[in-house]
Structure formats: structure tokens, C-alpha cells
Design a protein around this ligand. Structure first.
Ligand code: GTP
Ligand code: MG
Length: 198
């Protein structure tokens, strides 16, 4: 899919105040610093449409971006970041789960996981919660540029094995990406395009 336009629409913490048009949306979620905001910039070919940072906890609100005037990408705060104070962390968790429970426009979530790491309990628990809540999601492996091809393949295979040995009969759809070298860009955009057109 060709990206012809990408605009920031709004940021907020209240799901009820998110855009109430019925246009389809796709939301990026995952641990702080995993690369959610960077992936939005990579997909849209923008350097800083979504704000990124080397320090975890950068994105703190629900951010809507309108793509090609026809669908939304949503950048969410990360979960599982200990340095955020307990009260604000609890609030994040609540408005994040509310977002997933209440957004009727949400077509699919993308759970980002750093391809260098073993499956992390917080990601697995979040995916289980999505599954139990009947919310469709895919897995996006990030930072593929940080591994050599063999190690990359080994880690993805290990992740698949972990998922299918656990609560999932099948591995959810997944993508291997790098925001640095644009690996996975076409695959992800084609996936979204196919859903939008079906
Ligand atoms: P929060 O908003 O804090 O939850 O983080 P985030 O998930 O939005 O992460 P962000 O996109 O801000 O990226 C975090 C750090 O990882 C930044 O220093 C990015 O430059 C780096 N990063 C993100 N994606 C990649 C990638 O694909 N490859 C490499 N090498 N670095 C990446
Ligand atoms: Mg972010």
C-alpha cells in the first residue's frame, strides 16, 4: 500500500474522547521502549510523526493518526515500565484495557515484542487477555536489525514454539520488522490493506 498522507489527529487519555467516526483502526501496544512509535514513523515514512525516545515511558496518551484519509493508526503508551509511579502506571493500564474493550472501530491490535528477548510474562499475559476478550491481534517482532539472520530465525522459532506449547493452538499472524532498515514494512501495510478492502 502506498502511503499518501499521514496526519496527527489527537491525543487523549479518555477512550470516550477518541475520534467517534467509524473508520477502521489498528493499535500498537507492547512494553515501553519496544518500538511502537518508531514503527508508526517507519510505516508512514515520517521521521517524527509519533514521538520516540531512547528512554522508556515516552508515549503517555492514546494518539490517533489518520492514514490516507481513510484509517487510523493508534500509538499507545507502553506497559510494564517500572519507573512510572504506581498510581500513573495503574491508570495507564486501566485506560489501555478500556481502549481495547471499548473501541468498536478497532480492527486489530498489534502486540510488539523485541525479537532479541525470550517471551516476557507481561506480553504473554496481555495476549492471553486479548484472546479471552475476543480482540484480534497480531505479533510484531521489532528491532530485527539488532540480530544476525540465524539468531533472528532461532528467536522467532522459539517464540512460536512457546506460544503453541501454551494457550494457543496456532501462532497468531506475525511480522518481523525493523524501523531502522524498514524490514517488514510492505508486509504489514499489505496486511492492513487486505483487511481494509475485505
Ligand atoms: P514508549 O512510548 O516509551 O512506550 O516506547 P515505544 O515503544 O514507542 O518505543 P520508541 O519507538 O520510542 O523506541 C524506543 C527506542 O528504541 C528508541 O531509541 C528507538 O530509536 C529504538 N528503536 C525502535 N525501533 C527500533 C528498531 O527497529 N531498530 C533499532 N535498532 N532501534 C529501534
Ligand atoms: Mg512510544
Amino acid at each position: 500500500m502506498k502511503i499518501t498522507s499521514a496526519e496527527f489527529i489527537m491525543s487523549n487519555q479518555d477512550v470516550k474522547k477518541c475520534p467517534n467516526s467509524g473508520i477502521p483502526e489498528y493499535a500498537f501496544i507492547g512494553r515501553s521502549n519496544v518500538g511502537k512509535s518508531s514503527l508508526i514513523n517507519m510505516l508512514t515514512n515520517h521521521k517524527s510523526l509519533a514521538k520516540t525516545s531512547g528512554r522508556p515511558g515516552k508515549t503517555q496518551l492514546i494518539n490517533h493518526f489518520l492514514i490516507n484519509k481513510s484509517w487510523h493508526l493508534v500509538d499507545l503508551p507502553g506497559y510494564g515500565y517500572a519507573r512510572v509511579s504506581k498510581t500513573s502506571k495503574a491508570k495507564f493500564q486501566k485506560f489501555i484495557t478500556k481502549y481495547f474493550e471499548q473501541r468498536k472501530q478497532l480492527i486489530s491490535g498489534f502486540v510488539l515484542v523485541d525479537v532479541r528477548h525470550d517471551p516476557q510474562p507481561i506480553d504473554v499475559e496481555f495476549m492471553e487477555w486479548l484472546g479471552e476478550s475476543g480482540i484480534p491481534f497480531s505479533i510484531v517482532f521489532t528491532k530485527a536489525d539488532k540480530l544476525k539472520p540465524k539468531a533472528l530465525e532461532r528467536n522467532v522459532e522459539a517464540y512460536k514454539k512457546f506460544m503453541t506449547d501454551g494457550m494457543w493452538e496456532e501462532m497468531p499472524p506475525y511480522f518481523i520488522t525493523s524501523s531502522s532498515d524498514k524490514t517488514g514494512r510492505e508486509e504489514l501495510l499489505t496486511y492492513i490493506e487486505d483487511i481494509n478492502e475485505s
